[in-house]
Design a protein around this ligand. Structure first.
Ligand SMILES: [Zn+2]
Ligand SMILES: [Zn+2]
Length: 451
């Protein structure tokens, strides 16, 4: 086994060399040198996992979140809480357990950087294309948010009185106050990006959206990734020890990040960043394709244009994309959904426990690719899946081709279509007459009636 990757010798071989040492003294010094070497290698390995945000990542896993007897620290002096276990920039020993925690957290941060990159930097790549500097800013800020959320969890302090709540708010301000203004603006940008993901997942609860988001934020980057993956916040909400009916307006969560940040902007006489300023403003040096336009209608769109890398997040509902009266016909809807399910299983690793979430209203990326592969009428020449489209153009394309795709897939599955109905996808009879709907084929262009 080669644990020491930088050393051109196997561990076994090193052991053999040790056994040939003529004197104990030599052996001892060899072991000492070797140990020091192992330590620095471990740190180098940790650096490879985490990158230049290692001091921030280490603080997250080493911070003493509880008092010696396991209690929480809401009585502690804000200054003490803020300066404990500072970010360590010097070489130090990293234990195997710490390495595991670093790896686990780094997976979350890396996944979030991919999402940040896809939504804020380059819509055509699902893995991060952030430059080294941009990535460092993002990760440093994300780890600091992780630390903050660990120090101030949602379960922190049931039924605190007003004074205690003010004390916790002073602690929160003190923790963030440790960072210089430019790095705090970067933290704000990443926080704003996280908040945007949570807001999108809560938009059906518009009345309570900001209160819900403040509580969800306490789950930190892991919670944000969870919500992004599931496209809903409900299962994350279940994980939080919190009474969603009673405590939603509990002042402890109000302005979870924004209140301490506002305190600091005021104290430092910094112009507060505007809420609508893009999350990318303080992290990114450049945005790729910011001025790109739709390949078909030339509408401006930049990052919001849709292409293969990002269309799985587009608000496209297959049931609404069927042409004409097909949309209102139960048997057609059913065969469409059966086909989409079969299709998503084919394209998806069935060992993945997330497969039940794979097919949701908003999670329909892979079938779009196969709709592009269906044979198209000549007026659609040049519409290929690698191009970028505005939502209107992509919707039009899918409306014209989803029924063709359904026809093609059913034939592939062994179906022989009966005779075409004259009224094709515009037939009104199929909507209320199931016998008629089954007797004739309606996945065809009308030859009679209102086209
Ligand atoms: Zn367009
Ligand atoms: Zn008909």
């Amino acid at each position: 086994m080669r644990a020491l990757t930088a050393l051109p010798l196997d561990d076994d071989l090193i052991d053999r060399i040790f056994t040939f040492c003529p004197e104990f003294a030599t052996l001892h010094s060899l072991i000492l040198v070797s140990k020091a070497f192992r330590r620095s290698i471990t740190r180098a390995v940790a650096y490879n996992i985490v990158g230049p945000a290692l001091p921030q990542a280490l603080r997250v896993i080493r911070y003493p979140y509880h008092t010696a007897d396991g209690g929480d620290r809401q009585q502690d002096d804000p200054g003490v809480l803020a300066t404990e276990c500072p970010e360590d920039h010097d070489a130090s020993v990293i234990s195997p357990d710490e390495k595991k925690s670093l790896e686990r957290n780094s997976k979350t941060i890396e996944a979030l950087e991919d999402i940040f990159s896809l939504t804020q930097k380059d819509r055509t790549s699902r893995t991060s294309v952030l430059t080294t500097d941009e990535s460092w800013r993002f990760r440093r800020a994300a780890y600091r948010i992780m630390l903050y959320c660990n120090i101030f969890p949602a379960s922190h302090g049931d039924d605190l009185d007003e004074d205690s709540i003010r004390h916790v708010q002073r602690q929160r301000t003190a923790v963030l106050q440790e960072y210089p203004t430019d790095e705090l603006l970067q933290l704000y940008a990443v926080f704003r990006f996280f908040r945007g993901i949570l807001e999108d997942a809560c938009d059906e609860d518009a009345d309570n959206q900001s209160s819900i988001v403040n509580v969800l934020l306490t789950m930190g980057p892991d919670g944000v990734k969870h919500v992004w993956d599931e496209r809903t916040y409900h299962s994350l909400a279940d994980e939080i020890d919190f009474d969603w009916d009673e405590d939603l307006d509990y002042p402890l969560y109000r302005g979870y990040f924004s209140l301490p940040l506002d305190n600091i902007w005021t104290a430092r006489k910094v112009k507060p960043p505007k809420d609508e300023e893009p999350a990318s403003k303080f992290i990114l040096d450049t945005i790729i394709g910011a001025n790109d336009t739709c390949s078909q209608c030339a509408a401006p769109g930049g990052l919001s244009l849709l292409t293969e890398a990002n269309w799985r997040r587009a608000p496209l509902y297959p049931g609404h994309l069927l042409k004409g009266k097909l949309q209102q016909t139960v048997t057609i809807q059913k065969s469409l959904f059966d086909m989409l399910h079969a299709h998503s299983r084919d394209n998806h690793d069935s060992s993945d426990s997330d497969s039940r979430y794979y097919f949701t209203d908003e999670n329909c990326g892979p079938w779009i690719a196969s709709v592009f592969d269906v044979s198209k009428p000549t007026e659609w020449d040049g519409w290929t899946k690698d191009k970028s489209y505005c939502l209107t153009c992509l919707t039009n394309f899918l409306e014209e081709h989803l029924w063709r795709w359904l026809l093609q897939e059913q034939i592939k599955g062994g179906w022989s279509p009966p005779q075409n109905c004259w009224y094709g996808y515009n037939c009104r009879t199929m909507v209320h007459n199931q016998t008629h709907a089954n007797k004739l084929n309606h996945l065809c262009v009308p030859t009679r009636g209102d086209p």
